[in-house]
Design a protein around this ligand. Structure first.
Ligand code: NDP
Ligand code: CA
Length: 316
């Protein structure tokens, strides 16, 4: 049974909420691209109206701002301008990096390519630099990307390196090999740009904990990563066995798909996991699963509170 330390409730009204300079709340979510969700995914139990952008867009915003995160990492973003505009009113700014050949652009009525986005609280962080990468597989560019932001906490001068990615989808041994190769390139990319900053790497890895990439992420010697959800539970020695039971749960024509493929990895030692948001129960989700009127994406959001240090204190 999974027993997480639960997230502390945060006061409502995110726009002027200031979190502690020693805490870092990271929000991770594959929001489900509007073009793919409406035209490609074929969620057979989801009412068409629940996928209409004009109402779904506000449910996406609501899901994000209700947790007052410091950092927001999103995948399948095909309405970046809308998110930037609305999240801008709540104290965030952000960056976007599209997939080179997004499947969205081949869909009638699309709103451009989908990609990864990072938003951060402007009253908490200054940006140092932003880097992006088209992930390579055996030195050849793939159709998947990573986006990295080095940020500095204004009040403490503490720096952090935030990276998000969305790896190749679909099942199969070969695809799992491709994801593992993308993961190696991702780790190389983060190592190149993170310096000795605390590191968070989160995203939709499209891989269950049994896939090679999970072990690859946790065995990088210089980054020394742990998985935040797994490390918030001490019931089992094996990290893979401590992951949540699912991070996505949908019904397509082929049947029900329920698995854990989204993660928040972090550099152990430099950040400490304080709490995570629990996944909703099967009962809360409902028998038609997601997306639905209650949950705007087929993925659930992950939220983690980290404790971080201070450059200023360390220096004095
Ligand atoms: P991926 O294989 O990584 O998947 C692309 C998207 O499809 C992901 O966002 C993924 O969501 C979603 N997806 C996964 N499983 C299904 C499913 N069973 N039904 C519907 N959607 C699903 O794609 P690539 O970026 O590597 O691009 C390749 C794919 O894109 C090809 O399969 C092709 O169909 C399409 N494409 C078409 C082009 C064209 O029409 N000319 C050009 C370029 C791409 P999640 O990660 O949440 O699982
Ligand atoms: Ca998807």
């Amino acid at each position: 049974a999974f027993k997480y330390k639960k997230l502390n409730a945060v006061t409502k009204g995110c726009s002027d909420y200031v979190s502690s300079p020693y805490s870092l709340r990271v929000f991770q979510w594959n929001i489900l691209s509007q073009a793919l969700g409406q035209m490609n995914d074929n969620f057979v139990k989801c009412p068409d109206e629940a996928l209409e952008w004009n109402s779904r867009k506000f449910r996406i915003i609501e899901e994000i701002v209700e947790y007052c995160p410091d950092i927001i990492c999103l995948q399948e973003v095909d309405h970046f301008n809308f998110l930037k505009h609305v999240l801008g009113t709540q104290g965030y700014t952000g960056v976007f990096y599209p997939k080179p050949d997004s499947p969205c652009v081949y869909i009638t009525g699309n709103n451009g390519p989908d990609g990864c986005a990072i938003f951060y609280r402007t009253n908490k962080f200054d940006v140092i630099n932003i880097e992006s990468r088209i992930l390579e597989i055996w030195r050849v560019q793939s159709n998947q990307v990573a986006l990295l932001a080095n940020l500095r906490v204004k009040e403490t001068d503490q720096e952090v390196c935030i990276t998000t990615t969305h790896l190749k989808a679909r099942q199969g041994a070969f695809l799992s090999t491709l994801r593992n190769e993308q993961g190696k390139d991702l780790l190389q990319f983060v190592s190149e740009h993170s310096g000795d900053r605390p590191v968070v790497i989160c995203g939709d890895f499209n891989a269950e904990p049994v896939e090679p990439i999970y072990g690859t992420m946790l065995s990088d010697e210089s980054l020394a990563l742990g998985s935040a959800y797994a490390d918030c539970d001490s019931s089992n020695k094996n990290s893979a066995d401590r992951e949540p039971p699912y991070t996505t749960w949908k019904i397509r024509d082929e049947g029900e798909v329920c698995h854990t493929i989204d993660y928040i990895f972090y550099k152990k030692g430099s950040l400490e996991v304080e709490a995570v948001l629990e996944l909703p129960t099967g009962e809360e989700i409902g028998e038609d699963r997601v997306p639905s009127f209650s949950y705007p994406s087929d993925h659930f959001s992950l939220v983690c509170d980290f404790k971080m240090g201070s450059q200023k204190v360390q220096a004095s």
